[in-house]
Design a protein around this ligand. Structure first.
Ligand SMILES: Cc1cc2nc3c(=O)[nH]c(=O)nc-3n(C[C@H](O)[C@H](O)[C@H](O)COP(=O)(O)OP(=O)(O)OC[C@H]3O[C@@H](n4cnc5c(N)ncnc54)[C@H](O)[C@@H]3O)c2cc1C
Ligand code: SF4
Length: 540
């Protein structure tokens, strides 16, 4: 199938690019591939939306009934000192990037569903349930992607239901797969797009959606927290709690994936986080209605690869456009997609369009998205270098007093998978058992993510060396995959008199990408399973 532009991923970046392309030139043929069973099924975010990009893309978004309904009404920052002590940080001392006046609390999944509707009204073809599995190269230029085969068994053989993947050819291919895109990772490696850049950095966000009683619900309330429980293991990250419409509360904990104690379990940290009195008071007598997890990209400008290569662009979180000083990436992802669309339409108007969209770099640099990332570039590295507390103090001076204009740039040169302590060096952590009221176990949680994969298909979690999980990771780190995976995919089976066995329950995978990032030996590669497989988030 031949298109002018093929877009991989129906997130905010991909859909904004698609809409903008058709707004600028209705004659362009544009298609979007989405691996989830429907648009929004794999989207997980906080989410507080800064509406700037939405306003530019659809100035009449209110008239078009965008699901952006709950303006932020109150903004709290808590420093959690222990499991029962907390201090509220006065708004004046918070980095101004953490202020949310003018923003909205939304479900990003629902916003993407709405963006997809707008895109289809403009004539974009959207194919949900189709994962782009392979990049098509010719003479070192990308000319499209191929979707994965459907109907192969676990040994890779064709079943009766076999349908081969299809090739989609395009003049330009935009990769908008979100954080740690599987094809984006290949492109970065193939074209050395990260030469001279810091390694990318990540957190793992685990989120639940609760329905709470009227008396505890404050529509528009935003609460962010730092400190406990991650501080106990000297890990960093932070919690969020957003009150959106219909008595819903979105609650989550982001664990920075640079943590060094192999016994840390981000899932269990999140479960105990909900027991802090300052958090619990919003959830008590409520009902948990959804669960999910997704890695978040946080390296900022210093880690952003070159975004253009012959035949296409990396946009949104596939390239790391998130602004971690705001813990927001939706508006910048959307803007990067819109700049991509403007660059493509301008290029196609030329008599001889170039395959490599080199103009994108300057166009992106001229945009407000790049400028805000530049002004707030030191936030992430300062947090890593000095810890949450001192890092925030540094951010206050850098961002509030000097408005991001200090003439230096901090770096964070250690990749997140390095620096893990051995099991002998690290302190073991005994997490409390779930009470099944506020806290739960992994399996009942994964159940709420509606995750589903065809069981008899090739495993989509590839080990470069099948011996490493036991012979290296288990012996040295007690195989941290057992704990960092928020869906219980990786297990060590120990039976008496037998060698321990590494088991992969691939059908539970919620596509968060943490294993691809955090494995100390970089032995695990996440590849796309059959299209439609994975979580089915209602409105995360
Ligand atoms: C826990 C958490 C909290 C966050 N909170 C906020 C917040 O409050 N405010 C904010 O602005 N931002 C927040 N973010 C960040 C925000 O969600 C992202 O920056 C934003 O979603 C990035 O958009 P994107 O389009 O680049 O990628 P994504 O939203 O990740 O979308 C990528 C899409 O591509 C699809 N896809 C991936 N690979 C393929 C493939 N090979 N083939 C086909 N389809 C594919 C995916 O299924 C997905 O639908 C948060 C993120 C997390 C994880
Ligand atoms: S297997 Fe990997 S990508 Fe899947 S849920 Fe576990 S850590 Fe995330």
């Amino acid at each position: 199938m031949q298109y002018d532009v093929v877009i991989v991923g129906a997130g905010p970046a991909g859909l904004s690019a698609a809409c903008k392309l058709k707004q600028l030139d209705e004659n362009l043929s544009v298609c979007v591939l989405e691996k989830g069973s429907e648009v929004g099924a794999h989207i997980l975010s906080g989410a507080v939306l800064e509406p700037r990009a939405l306003e530019e893309l659809f100035p009449n978004w209110q008239e078009l009934e965008a699901p952006v309904l709950t303006p932020v009404s109150e903004d709290h920052i808590l420093l959690l000192h222990s499991d029962n002590k907390a201090t509220k940080v006065p708004g004046f001392f918070a980095p101004k990037t953490m202020h949310n006046k003018g923003n909205y609390i939304i479900s990003l999944g629902n916003l993407c569903r709405w963006l997809a509707e707008q895109a289809e009204n403009l004539g974009v073809e959207i194919f949900p349930g189709f994962a782009a599995a392979e990049i098509l190269f010719k003479d070192n230029e990308v000319y499209g992607v191929a979707t994965g085969d459907m109907g192969r068994n676990s040994a890779g053989e064709e079943k009766d239901s076999f349908e081969p993947g299809m090739e989609l050819h395009a003049r330009y291919t935009l990769f908008a797969e979100g954080c740690r895109g599987h094809l984006g990772k290949q492109l970065i490696e193939h074209y050395h797009l990260d030469n001279g850049k810091d390694p990318q950095h990540y957190g793992l966000g685990i989120k639940e959606l609760w329905k709470v009683p009227d008396a505890q619900h404050k529509p528009g309330l935003v609460v962010h927290s730092a400190g406990w429980p991650l501080s106990e293991s000297k890990s960093t990250g932070g919690g969020f709690l957003y009150h959106l419409e219909d008595n819903q509360v979105a609650i989550g904990l982001i664990t920075d994936l640079s943590y060094s104690n192999p016994f840390v379990s981000p899932f269990d940290e999140f479960q105990r986080y909900k027991h802090h009195p300052e958090i619990k008071r919003y959830l008590e007598n409520g009902e948990r209605i959804a669960y999910g997890a997704r890695a978040i990209v946080k390296g900022g400008l210093q880690s952003q690869p070159k975004m253009h290569f012959p035949g296409g662009l990396l946009i949104g979180d596939d390239a790391g456009t998130l602004n971690f000083a705001k813990i927001k990436g939706t508006h910048t992802a959307m803007k990067s997609g819109m700049v991509a669309a403007e660059t493509i339409t301008a290029e196609l108007k030329k008599e001889q369009a170039e395959a490599e969209l080199t103009a994108f770099s300057q166009n992106y640099r001229n945009s407000w998205a790049w400028k805000e990332l530049h002004l707030q570039r030191n936030f992430g590295p300062a947090q890593h270098k000095f810890g949450n507390l001192l890092g925030s103090a540094y951010a206050f001076i850098d961002i509030n007093i000097f408005n991001g204009c200090l003439p230096w740039t901090l770096n964070d040169p250690s990749p997140d998978h390095t620096g893990m302590l051995s099991k002998e060096q690290a302190q073991k952590i005994n997490y409390p058992k779930p009470d099944n009221t506020l806290s739960f176990d992994k399996l009942s949680s994964v159940f709420l993510s509606n995750t589903n994969h065809e069981e008899d298909q090739p495993c989509h979690l590839k080990l470069a060396d099948a011996a490493i999980p036991i012979q290296q990771n288990y012996l040295k780190f007690d195989e941290p995959a057992q704990r960092y995976c928020p869906a219980g995919v990786y297990e060590i089976i120990e039976s008496e008199g037998q060698e321990p066995k590494f088991q992969i329950n691939a059908q539970n995978c919620v596509h968060c990408k943490t294993c691809d990032i955090k494995d100390p030996a970089q032995n695990i590669t996440w590849v796309t399973p059959e299209g439609s497989g994975g979580p089915n988030y209602p409105n995360m």
